[in-house]
Ligand binder design. Structure first.
Ligand SMILES: Nc1nc2c(c(=O)[nH]1)N[C@H]1C(S)=C(S)[C@@H](COP(=O)(O)O)O[C@H]1N2
Ligand SMILES: [Mo]
Length: 199
């Protein structure tokens, strides 16, 4: 059923049980970008959360780093079928940015530096609740992997994890982001193999 070589075992839960349907495990860290890697200085970097009423909450690199950080180890799953186990990240849990944000919105539209249109979109309900891993803005990753800061939404296909993250906009509308508009699924749960629109 899966593409493991014999003896490909890990500690704890067997690695084969951690591979969603239709995926293969890789030891590499593939690089997947729709455009060139933008060069972003932390001196001018800003991250904003804009509510559905237009209220803007904004952080500089320094004020972001003053927020509590956490380390997390996660399996990531790209819709092009590679999965990578046990990737290690450090960053600020998204909850920390939402502490003073009042919202009743159902959707989060994510934008990135580098001139791409709003890159992807999630449901706010997919980011909360028992058992769902907290999306994290991971800092200090290399530029080709989204640095200075990217998102990490490990329970969804990896296209939902915007590199070079610039801001989140909360909205009541179900607006597709870039990846959803080119045909990827609205929700994108790798365990339900929600790859394409209509899956
Ligand atoms: N801004 C931006 N974020 C992005 C992408 C992109 O092209 N632009 N690619 C997505 C896809 S499809 C994947 S699989 C991961 C790849 O991250 P990596 O290059 O660090 O492996 O980033 C996601 N986030
Ligand atoms: Mo991807």
């Amino acid at each position: 059923m899966n593409s493991f070589s014999p003896g490909f075992k890990g500690r704890g839960r067997h690695l084969a049980d951690r591979l969603p349907p239709g995926q293969y495990a890789t030891e590499q860290f593939p690089m997947l970008s729709a455009g060139p890697t933008p060069n972003i200085s932390t001196a001018t970097w800003a991250f904003t959360v804009t509510t559905e009423l237009g209220e803007i909450h904004s952080w500089t690199w320094e004020s972001m780093l003053a927020l509590p950080q956490q380390e997390t180890v996660q399996d990531i799953h790209c819709v092009t079928r590679w999965s990578k186990f046990d990737t290690r990240w450090r960053g600020v849990p998204l909850d920390a940015f939402f502490e003073d944000v009042e919202t009743a919105a159902d959707f989060v539209v994510v934008s990135s530096y580098g001139g791409t249109p709003p890159i992807s979109r999630w449901r706010t309900s997919s980011t909360a609740g028992p058992g769902s891993p907290t999306p994290t803005t991971a800092s200090r990753c290399p530029p080709e992997h989204g640095g200075p800061a990217r998102l990490l939404v490990p329970h969804l296909y990896f296209w939902k994890s915007a590199k070079w993250v610039r801001g989140l906009r909360l909205t009541h509308e179900d607006e597709p982001g870039f990846w959803e508009s080119v045909g990827y699924h609205s929700y994108g749960d790798p365990w339900r193999e929600q790859r394409n629109w209509g899956d």
